[in-house]
Design a protein around this ligand. Sequence first.
Ligand SMILES: Cc1ncc(COP(=O)(O)O)c(C=O)c1O
Length: 375
Amino acid sequence: MKLFDVYPLYNVSPVKAEGCYIYDENNIEYLDLYGGHGVISVGHSHPDYIAKLKGQLDKLGFYSNAIQNPLQVELADKLGKVSGCDKYSLFLCNSGAEANENALKLASFHTGNSRVISFRNSFHGRTSASVAVTDNPKINAPINKQQIVTFLELNDADGVEKELKKGDVCAVIVEGIQGVGGLDQGTTEFFKALESLCEKHDAILILDEIQSGYGRSGKFFAFQHHDINPDIITTAKGMANGFPIGGVLISPKLKASFGLLGTTFGGNHLACAAAISVLEIIEKEDLIANVKEVSDYFLSEIKQIPGIRNIKGKGLMAGIEFDFEVGELRKKLIYDYHIFTGGAMNKKLLRILPPLTVKKKHISTFINALKEILS
Ligand SMILES: Cc1ncc(COP(=O)(O)O)c(C=O)c1O
């Protein structure tokens, strides 16, 4: 059987990884400044993470959500404490798209409405409601176009108010920092307006922190830079360092009832063990402080590089916007300098999402490579 050919692939076949490095079948070392789309939070093959997963596998890998699972309770408790969002409840699923799907469903159940406000250049996943609120017609099939979605410009609070006044909106969904779209972000004024407008018009504010969460921005969640309390927060990528998991953090305003949401695999024992281990490592190694230190260094060093139009994002969710398209630059970085980076919908933007354990020396290697290629 052949693979269904949907991914344009770089010709690199990693076989092992450690910390911020990946090794191919010829033992060539690559510096990972992309973390497999921002998934690797605590570094590849972290010994504590491996021990936790192996230990759990020896005991119990999976059972369904029909029995007590104390690991889910432990994960919710720890996530509440580490993130500061301890008033929220946690629903566990398997991916980012699934987290948003459940968040949008909850908003619709709660309000009785179905229209959603989303923003230009947003990316929220590829399942039915998640893809419908994603601003990319190319990945929306006719079946997805049944959903009623209004796309507005980021930071257009007046537009949001005008739409909310119509009274048929269940949710406003926004990324803490836009990922795939190209690292744009709302202003504090905008986020605060979303919070108060949603409250006033009985709509649910969903903060998609799937890429920007888990410490990547220099705070646990990127919205915490703006001092707001969303109704729902969604998370995935960095949550279990590559073990598939997604989470929906739900404010007490939204009530649970048996059967309202559900999943077979979500919150299984192995996934919970992986996610607990990530939180333990984030705390023990003070990784959010590392994000701040290394990103400050990155911002001071990147100024030396010619041809840069703009630096976007926050913390270790950084976008370097050049005045040219970066496709060839990314190829040179990977094949000649053995450095993984990412792209975005904005073709002139190089996206870096390194493990949160990255060090200044790794940033120096990257800066030197950029200097050589662009000089
Ligand atoms: C902000 C955001 N939301 C949702 C998703 C979808 O997550 P997943 O690919 O795990 O379904 C992504 C993935 O890139 C994302 O960046």
